[in-house]
Structure formats: structure tokens, C-alpha cells
Design a protein around this ligand. Structure first.
Ligand code: KG4
Ligand code: ZN
Length: 335
């Protein structure tokens, strides 16, 4: 079976082809640059850009896979959560192709896609495993008990980790997306320069708005020249606080649930400081770590095609009345 995946939930227009026998055949991602000057994604610009990019991106994914539309057995598309105008472009394209070719349509939850970025290249993770999904819109710990079976253990009460990176980058004039810019500046710098607070929310929940405010208060309380001079150390300290908060809760979940496999997923999982810290903890504590290649961490259609393939193999498809949802709860195979 060959699945064409489509992802347009935010500001990346992406298409990919995944095949049962041969695995991932192609992946094309077109990242929209028009948002950089605004310090964040402008929804109206994003949906218009998706509209002009979606067909060329799908064509490229097919031609890279050496296929034509006739060879595709199913369409998997991100149905939510995300920016509704952006989702609408991908869902409409997916529905049109499914209708015209008379092939099944599969709506995929964006977080399910991120989790399945760990299942693109073999070896695949065992069950049960716990996924730390960290992106611009989500920060969640999710238990995966079986294929397509999820239990959300905890999520952020306010900002997502990626959102915190983006907001601090905007505050300090580093542009958008903030995560890669902060990581680059902070690399090798003094992460103990400022002792930023780690939130003490209970259980497996997260909170990053207090940290964001603490950085703002710190920066506003210093001379501009001091901030400029110590910018990299301040950013390294902020990054370290985010990593510490993520790692503390993740280790607690692994221990409490007696699970020994951790999956990283989402754009922030591309962060070198987070990956290094989690790898070190995996060695120290003896759990198995799956971390997807960076191209599969940030938004991409390979993860959507892969998750769609899993749904197809379980006989779960969506009606042609599928409509995008800005807010969509994560539901597994059992609903
Ligand atoms: O998964 P993703 O591409 O889109 C969402 O689903 O939100 O994640 C994008 C987020 C942005 O907030 C971006 O700043 C962050 O991931 N990000 C990073 C890195 N690369 C992307 N954060 C920290 N370090 C990185 N290297
Ligand atoms: Zn994402």
C-alpha cells in the first residue's frame, strides 16, 4: 500500500509518500519565510502561501518517489489541531484527490503524526513507551500502550516549550522561529549565568509562562549594554531551564509508570541541548531512547503518511466530510 501524506497545519507545506514494503519514498517540505519579519506565524499569510504551494509540493513528492497519482492507494492528511485556514488547504486538497481517485482518505491528528516520526525508520519502538511531544503548539507526555493507543499523562498549562523559545527570541530580536536561533547563540555558553526558575506544577504537567516572565523581568532590569554583552549566556541559561523542566517530568513519568522506552517528538526535539541531556539520562538510568532525525522532528508530511499508514492497516479511514479542527483531542484507534 502506498500512502500520500499531506501536512499544512502551520507554516510548512509538506507532502510525502510512504510505502508498506519500501518505507518512506519521498519527503518535500516548503517552509514559508514570509513570517520571519513578524516574529511569528501570520495565519492569513500562511493559508495563502499553502494555497500556492500545495499542488507543486505534492507533484514534487510524487516525482521524487517516481510515482504518479494513479499509483497512490490512500491519502493521509493532518486534520487538526492547527491554524484552521492552513489546515483547510491540506484537507481540501486531500479530499479532492481521494474523491477524484476513489481512494480512502485518512485524517491524522498532528500529535499522532509527531509521535509516528519515531516509526519512519526501523527499528521501531516497542510498547509501552512514553512520548515527550514538544513543539510550538504542544508540550505533552503521552503513554503509547499499543499502535494508535494513547493516554495523555500531562500537558502544559500555558505556553508550549517551542512557544517560549519563540517569544524569548522575539523579545531579544532574534527572529522567527526562535528555537534554532537561540540554540545556535547558546551553544557552548554558560548555562549557569542566570538561575531562572523551574515551574513546580504538579504531576506530569508543565508551565513555561513563569519562565518567560522571569527572562523578561531579568532583561528589563539590566542595562542594554549588559544584555548585549551577555546575551548568549542569558539564552543558554533560559534553554537550560526549559530542558531541566522537560527532563524532570519525563523522568518522573518513566519511573512512575515503569516504562523503559522514551520517544522524543516535535520541533523542540531538534534541540541539541535537550537531545544531549536526554541521551545522558538514558545512559545513566538505562532506558532506551528514540530520537528521530531532525528533519522528522519539525513539521513534515512523512510523519503524517506514516501515521496514516498505521491507521489504514488497522482499517480506520475518514469520511469525505472530514473537516479541519483548530482544536482536536488526540484519539487513538479505540476512539
Ligand atoms: O513541530 P513544529 O515544527 O511545529 C509545531 O507543531 O508547532 O515545532 C516548531 C517549534 C517552534 O516553536 C520552534 O522554535 C521550535 O519548534 N524549534 C526548536 C528547534 N527547532 C525548532 N526549539 C528549540 N531548538 C531547536 N533546535
Ligand atoms: Zn508540529
Amino acid at each position: 500500500m502506498t500512502v500520500l501524506g499531506i501536512e499544512t497545519s502551520c507554516d510548512d507545506t509538506s507532502a510525502a509518500v510512504y510505502d508498506t514494503e519500501k518505507g518512506l519514498l519521498s519527503l518535500v517540505i516548503s517552509s514559508q519565510m514570509e513570517h520571519a519579519e513578524f516574529g511569528g506565524v501570520v495565519p492569513e499569510l500562511a493559508s495563502r502561501a499553502h494555497l500556492s504551494l500545495i499542488l507543486p509540493v505534492i507533484d514534487q513528492a510524487l516525482s521524487k518517489a517516481n510515482l504518479i497519482l494513479d499509483d497512490i492507494d490512500s491519502i493521509a492528511v493532518t486534520a487538526g489541531p492547527g491554524l484552521v485556514g492552513s489546515l483547510l488547504v491540506g484537507v481540501s486538497a486531500g479530499k479532492a484527490i481521494a474523491l477524484a481517485r476513489n481512494i480512502p482518505l485518512i485524517g491524522v491528528h498532528h500529535i499522532e503524526g509527531h509521535i509516528y516520526s519515531n516509526f519512519i525508520a526501523e527499528p521501531f519502538p516497542p510498547y509501552p513507551s512514553i512520548a515527550l511531544v514538544v513543539s510550538g503548539g504542544h508540550t505533552e507526555l503521552i503513554m503509547m500502550k499499543a499502535p494508535l493507543e494513547y493516554e495523555v499523562l500531562g500537558k502544559t498549562r500555558d505556553d508550549a516549550a517551542g512557544e517560549a523559545f519563540d517569544k524569548i527570541a522575539k523579545l531579544l530580536g532574534l527572529g522567527y522561529p526562535g528555537g534554532p536561533a537561540i540554540e545556535k547563540k547558546a551553544h557552548g555558553k554558560n548555562s549557569s549565568f542566570v538561575d531562572f526558575p523551574i515551574s513546580k506544577v504538579p504531576g506530569y504537567e508543565f508551565s513555561f509562562s513563569g519562565l518567560k516572565t522571569a527572562v523578561k523581568v531579568y532583561v528589563n532590569g539590566k542595562e542594554e549594554a549588559f544584555v548585549r554583552c551577555h546575551l548568549a549566556d542569558i539564552l543558554a541559561s533560559f534553554q537550560q531551564a526549559v530542558v531541566q523542566a522537560l527532563v524532570e517530568k519525563t523522568l518522573k513519568a518513566l519511573t512512575d509508570y515503569h516504562v523503559d522506552t522514551l520517544l522524543l517528538a516535535g520541533g523542540v526535539a531538534a534541540n541539541r541541548a535537550l537531545r544531549d541531556r536526554v541521551s545522558a539520562e538514558a545512559c545513566r538510568l538505562g532506558f532506551t531512547l528514540f530520537e528521530p532525525p531532525i528533519i522528522y522532528c519539525t513539521d513534515n508530511a512523512a510523519m503524517i503518511a506514516r501515521a496514516g499508514h498505521e491507521r489504514l492497516m488497522s482499517g480506520i479511514t475518514s469520511p469525505l466530510s472530514l473537516s479541519p479542527e483548530a482544536r482536536l483531542p488526540l484519539r487513538g484507534a479505540k476512539g
